[in-house]
Write a protein that binds this ligand. Structure first.
Ligand code: PRT
Ligand code: MG
Length: 217
């Protein structure tokens, strides 16, 4: 049996075409089912649904052989407890700094004042502002970062942006991109050796599908 860890939502949705390219269909639909272990058309391949931030943990400790998760999650998780053979180019977005429309970010950065930054991505934010030589007080949040500048909790946020609609709806503006994000395939180290005959063909099929979609854009 091979176990693939995915999170519900955009990563699950964007993984379906990759699985299809490897000849795999899902037999259970997470929209209608409450199951956490989903069967596929391949009796020896199953999908487990976990929180996006738990995918690396499942793969590192063998709760899953494979996983798909964002580079943002991998950077915050840290370490190298698994193989990372493929950038799948799915669930694309960027990590950016955003502030209230009426906040003078350029001036605040130039003046060398301390910036209060709320984020789920504490390590990424710390490194980014340290490189710029900007002093920051980091405030760790687990969700709804957009609310922080609106309530006076922080001057700025570091968060994921894709269309920019969420920022816009909350009167925030993106002032600086930090990095491009996409989702990666990760593989448990022991499984890569012990289940190589089953895992390698999946990696190859994903790789072919990724190069094809890359050449179509
Ligand atoms: O939602 P939950 O708390 O369960 O967990 P999660 O937010 O970690 O998971 P999920 O499924 O929302 O996101 C999984 C992964 O998708 C992330 O780790 C990213 O790698 C990737 N991804 C791609 C995104 C986005 N695009 C994205 N736009 N994840 C989140 N967003 C959010 C963003 O945080 C912001 O609130 O969508 C909002 C902005 O979207 P726009 O389109 O309005 O700019
Ligand atoms: Mg989310």
């Amino acid at each position: 049996m091979i176990t693939l860890a995915l999170s519900k939502g955009r990563i699950f949705d964007d993984t379906l075409p990759l699985l299809a390219s490897a000849g795999v269909e899902m037999l259970d639909d997470p929209q209608t089912s409450r199951k956490l272990i989903l069967a596929t058309s391949r009796p020896d391949l199953r999908v487990v649904l976990v929180r996006a931030t738990d995918v690396p943990t499942y793969v590192e400790y063998g709760g899953a052989d494979l996983g798909i998760t964002g580079k943002d999650v991998l950077l915050e998780y840290g370490g190298s407890g698994f193989y990372q053979p493929l950038d799948l180019g799915i669930a694309k977005c960027r990590i950016s700094v955003a502030v209230r429309k009426d906040f003078d970010y350029a001036q605040a950065v130039k003046k060398g004042s301390r910036l209060r930054v709320a984020t789920k991505y504490v390590d990424i934010a710390r490194e980014f502002f340290a490189k710029k030589g900007v002093h920051v007080d980091l405030i760790k949040l687990y969700g709804s970062m957009e609310l922080a500048p609106l309530t006076g909790l922080a001057d700025a946020i570091v968060d994921l942006v894709s269309t920019g609609n969420t920022l816009k709806a909350n009167d925030l503006i993106e002032v600086e991109p930090i990095m491009e994000i996409s989702s990666r395939l990760i593989v448990n180290r022991a499984a890569m050796k012990l289940k190589h005959e089953k895992i390698q063909p999946l990696i190859d099929a994903f790789n072919t599908s990724v190069s094809q979609s890359a050449s179509n854009t």
